[in-house]
Ligand binder design. Structure first.
Ligand code: 5AD
Ligand code: SF4
Length: 456
C-alpha cells in the first residue's frame, strides 16, 4: 500500500539529458511515498542533488552546494521540519566516501545504478539510521525495478527523452563514465516500445532515445534473435502519432550498416546526428583509445550523407588532451573544415581522477588549452552561423512545442534541432507545420507559417 502523507520533493539536476531523465524517474519512484514537487529547497521535505562530474570541478561544486543546503536544512529543523538530503548521480558514485566524511549531514548517497532502491533508503533515512550509502553496481538491472514513467519528461510534453541504454565499455582515456555509470546495459525492446507508446498516448510527438553509448544498444526480438538500434528505431517508427525520432549519444564505432540505412529510409528519423569525434588527429585518437582514425570518421559521414543528403552533423571535441601538439590541434581544425558542423560542443581537457589520461605525461598548459578552445569555438561558431544562414528561404517542417517568449509567439524545432520562433496560435502546439524561414540568429531561426507568407 502506498503511503500518501503529502510531502514535497525538490530535485536539483546538473549535467546531461540522462541526468534530467534520471531526476524525473527518481521523482516517479518517490511519488507513491507521497512526494509531490516542491517550489524550492526551502519548502522541501526531501532534496536530491543529482550530480554530474564528466567535466567540471564537480566535487568542489557539490560541497559548496551541500553547504548551502545544510543551512536550509538547519533553518527548517529550527521550524520543526525534517529534511532528507540526498546526493545522487556520478559524483555520489565516485566520491561517496568523501561525501560521507566531509558532509555527514547528508542522509542518502546513491549512485546512478540504484535509484530503484530509493524508497527503501528514504524509509531508512526517515528512521534516522545515519547516512545511507548505496553506490554499488547491482547485478539486477535498475530498469527492471523502476515503475513506468508516469508522464513525459519534458516541458509541454511534446518532446520527450527515453533512456534505452546506460553505461559504457569503451574506456576512452579521459572519461569517467565507464567507472561511474558502469558497464554497458540495454533495456529490453518490449519495455522501451511500451514506454514510447505511453508517451505518445500522453501527447508526445518526438522522442529522443538516450544512452551514453546509445548505438551500442542491443536487444533480442520475440524469437530471441539479436536486435540492434536500427531494428528498434524501425519498430518505434510504426507507432501511430509518433512524428519524430532522434537518438543520442553515439560512438562512431557502433554506426552499423543497418543504422546508416535507417537514416535513408525512416522518415521519422530526423536528419541530425550528434556523433562525437573528440579529435581530428590519429595520434590523439589512438591516445584517447577511440579505436578509429580521422579518415574512418570522414568515411562514415560520407556514407551517412549518401543515405541522407541533408544530414546535419554535431559533435564533441576535446582540446588539450595530454600529449596534444599544435599539429594535432591543426588536424582537428582540418577535420571540422572537412565535415561542416551545424553545431558542436567543445571542451578543455580536464583530468578525471582514476582515468588513464589523468596520470599521463605531457599535460597541456592551461593557457594553451584556452587558446586552442577559443580558436576551435571560433571555427565552430562560424560553421553554425553559416548553417543557420543557409536555412533562410527554405520551408522546413517545424514541430511546435510551446509558446514563444513574446505574446502571440509560438516556438518549435526544425528537423536539424534548431529552435524556431514564429507568430501563430497556441492551437498549433503539438503539430508539425511547414514554416518559411526568414531569419537566422546565432542559435535559432525565425519564420512564418505558409498562410502568412509564401516562400520563394
Ligand atoms: N575532459 C573534457 N571533456 C570531457 N568529456 C568527457 N570527459 C571529459 C574530460 N575529462 C567530453 C567529451 C564527451 C562529452 C560528453 O564530454 O567530449 O563526448
Ligand atoms: Fe566516455 Fe563516451 Fe568514451 Fe564511453 S564512449 S568512455 S561515455 S567518451
Amino acid at each position: 500500500m502506498p503511503i500518501s502523507t503529502p510531502k514535497r520533493l525538490h530535485v536539483i539536476t546538473w549535467g546531461c539529458q540522462m541526468n534530467v531523465y534520471d531526476s524525473a524517474r527518481m521523482a516517479d519512484v518517490l511519488a507513491p511515498l507521497g512526494y509531490a514537487p516542491a517550489e524550492g529547497p526551502e519548502d522541501a521535505d526531501m532534496v536530491i542533488l543529482n550530480t554530474c562530474h564528466i567535466r567540471d570541478r564537480a566535487t568542489e561544486k557539490v560541497f559548496s552546494e551541500l553547504g548551502r543546503l545544510r543551512l536550509v536544512k538547519n533553518a527548517r529543523a529550527e521550524a520543526g521540519h525534517n529534511t532528507i538530503l540526498a546526493v545522487a548521480g556520478c559524483v555520489a558514485q565516485a566520491e561517496g566516501r568523501e561525501i560521507l566524511a566531509r558532509a555527514p549531514y547528508v542522509d542518502i548517497i546513491l549512485g546512478p545504478q540504484t535509484y530503484h532502491r530509493l524508497p527503501e533508503m528514504v524509509a531508512q533515512a526517515a528512521r534516522a539510521a545515519g547516512t545511507v550509502i548505496d553506490t554499488d553496481f547491482p547485478a539486477e538491472q535498475k530498469f527492471d525495478f523502476l515503475p513506468d514513467a508516469a508522464a513525459p519528461q519534458s516541458a509541454g510534453g511534446i518532446t520527450a527523452f527515453l533512456t534505452i541504454q546506460e553505461g559504457c565499455d569503451k574506456f576512452c582515456s579521459f572519461c569517467v563514465v565507464p567507472y561511474t555509470r558502469g558497464a554497458e546495459a540495454s533495456r529490453p525492446a518490449a519495455a522501451i516500445i511500451a514506454e514510447a507508446r505511453r508517451m505518445v498516448a500522453a501527447g508526445v510527438r518526438e522522442i529522443t532515445l538516450l544512452g551514453q553509448n546509445v548505438n551500442a544498444w542491443h536487444g533480442a526480438g520475440p524469437d530471441g534473435t539479436p536486435q540492434t538500434l536500427a531494428r528498434l528505431l524501425r519498430a518505434l517508427a510504426e507507432i501511430p502519432g509518433l512524428a519524430r525520432l532522434r537518438y543520442t549519444t553515439s560512438h562512431p564505432r557502433d554506426m552499423d550498416d543497418d543504422l546508416i540505412a535507417a537514416h535513408g529510409d525512416l522518415p521519422q528519423l530526423m536528419p541530425f546526428l550528434h556523433l562525437p569525434v573528440q579529435s581530428g588527429s590519429d595520434r590523439m585518437l589512438a591516445a584517447m583509445n577511440r579505436k578509429h582514425t580521422a579518415a574512418d570518421y570522414l568515411r562514415l559521414i560520407g556514407r551517412l550523407r549518401a543515405a541522407r543528403p541533408d544530414l546535419a552533423m554535431s559533435s564533441d571535441f576535446i582540446v588539450g588532451h595530454p600529449g596534444e601538439t599544435e599539429a594535432d590541434f591543426e588536424a582537428t581544425l582540418d577535420l571540422i573544415r572537412s565535415v561542416g558542423f551545424s553545431q558542436a560542443f567543445s571542451f578543455k581537457y580536464s583530468p578525471r581522477p582514476g582515468t588513464p589520461a589523468a596520470g599521463a605525461p605531457h599535460q597541456v598548459p592551461e593557457a594553451e588549452k584556452d587558446r586552442r578552445l577559443y580558436a576551435l569555438q571560433d571555427l565552430l561558431r562560424a560553421q553554425q552561423a553559416d548553417f543557420n544562414a543557409r536555412c533562410v528561404g527554405l520551408t522546413l517542417p517545424v514541430l511546435i512545442t510551446g509558446q514563444g517568449r513574446h505574446r502571440g509567439q509560438i516556438a518549435g524545432r526544425s528537423p536539424y534541432l534548431q529552435p524556431v520562433h514564429l507568430t501563430g496560435p497556441a492551437e498549433l502546439i503539438g503539430q508539425e507545420i511547414m514554416v518559411c524561414i526568414d531569419d537566422a540568429h546565432t542559435n535559432s531561426l525565425s519564420g512564418a507559417t505558409l498562410k502568412e507568407k509564401a516562400c520563394a
